[in-house]
Design a protein around this ligand. Structure first.
Ligand code: RUB
Length: 322
């Protein structure tokens, strides 16, 4: 029941929904941490009540944003490992698997970065879209190997996550050229790699990432620039093995159009239903536009990612919060 969910879990869920906490890996980390907090603060008296509470908390977290599969994957990982005959044993088990999950996540990102860095040569220029900690891990590892890397950073409307990328890169001393999204094609001339992250990867190798990724990939292919996707295996979407599609989140129109701007367009008519603003947060890049998916298990051509998915998830994936 909802009333047994601890306030800290509601806070985390609200922060994910409002994008205070954002990016697929960061969301997964926060969700695992929130389940641990729920377990610690639980006042459940029976193992059954404890499990019901954890499932309710997981559902609350799950229902925040639909596209990044790392969120349900994190919840599955923590809840499926839950075992013990008493509330205390269960509590400990959740705390342990949540902490283990968070450590694995950080280690996978480091390992992925070292693999991705092998694709980057000294002096290379990367073009980024949005802000991806997995993608940045590849840049960091390349810098640690002593390579000079510079970046063309796409602003990424409407939320301008490119600014977060630029800030991180500048902190590492990487020269940054910030451009509006519409300038990407023009600047592809000077870049050696398009380097992006992923919110989900489907069984056919399609990459679901920030809106604009697919157009960027098509342009990059046209210009002969290789497209590299950095994504830990937590981004693999097990449901797509059995034919499910990945839901693309639509966000509020206010991210795109302010009230005053809407008024100007509609002549101040608040009932003008024929001005429609759509704000999809993600899009799907078909596998044929992706050169490599870099994971902590090595790099894969997108068409062969399905083999890794079967190995990691099997084909029968249920939802632990149901
Ligand atoms: C973030 C986004 C990122 C992926 C990967 O979208 O599209 O590229 O989540 O990030 P939003 P990471 O800002 O809407 O959450 O590599 O950090 O998991």
């Amino acid at each position: 029941p909802a009333e047994r969910i601890v306030p800290a879990v509601h806070d985390t869920a609200e922060d994910i929904a409002s994008m205070e906490i954002r990016g697929a890996a960061t969301i997964a980390d926060a969700a695992a941490g929130a389940l641990a907090t729920q377990a610690e603060a639980s006042t459940a008296e029976t193992p059954e009540a404890f499990e019901a509470e954890l499932k309710a908390a997981a559902r609350r977290l799950y229902e925040t944003r639909p596209t990044a599969v790392s969120l349900p994957n994190a919840l599955r990982f923590v809840l499926w490992d839950m075992e013990g005959g008493s509330v205390d044993a269960l509590r400990e088990s959740v705390a342990e698997s949540a902490a283990g999950f968070q450590t694995d996540l950080a280690e996978a990102q480091d390992r992925l970065g070292r693999i991705g860095a092998n694709r980057l040569r000294d002096g290379d220029v990367v073009m980024t879209h949005c802000h991806s900690t997995d993608a940045l891990s590849c840049v960091k590892a390349a810098l640690d190997q002593g390579k000079d890397i510079s970046a063309v950073v796409k602003e990424t409307r409407p939320r301008k996550q490119g600014h977060i990328t630029a800030e991180q890169l500048r902190e590492w001393g990487v020269p940054v050229t910030l451009v509006v999204d519409n300038a990407a094609r023009r600047y592809l001339e000077r870049v050696d790699h398009v380097l992006v992250g992923a919110d989900s990867i489907a069984a056919d190798g399609s990459v679901i990432n920030k809106i604009g990724t697919s157009g960027l990939a098509v342009n990059a292919r046209d210009r002969g620039v290789p497209i590299m996707v950095a994504a830990q295996t937590i981004k693999l979407h097990p449901g797509t093995l059995t034919g499910h599609t990945v839901e693309i989140e639509n966000r509020d129109e206010s991210e795109v159009l302010e009230d005053a701007e809407r008024d100007r367009i509609t002549g101040g008519d608040p009932d003008d239903a024929d001005l429609v603003v759509e704000n999809p947060a993600f899009d799907v890049t078909p596998p044929r536009y992706v050169d490599a998916i870099v994971t902590e298990r090595g790099q894969f051509p997108p068409e062969s990612i399905v083999t890794l998915m079967r190995e990691l998830f099997g084909t029968d994936v249920g939802e632990p919060w149901e």
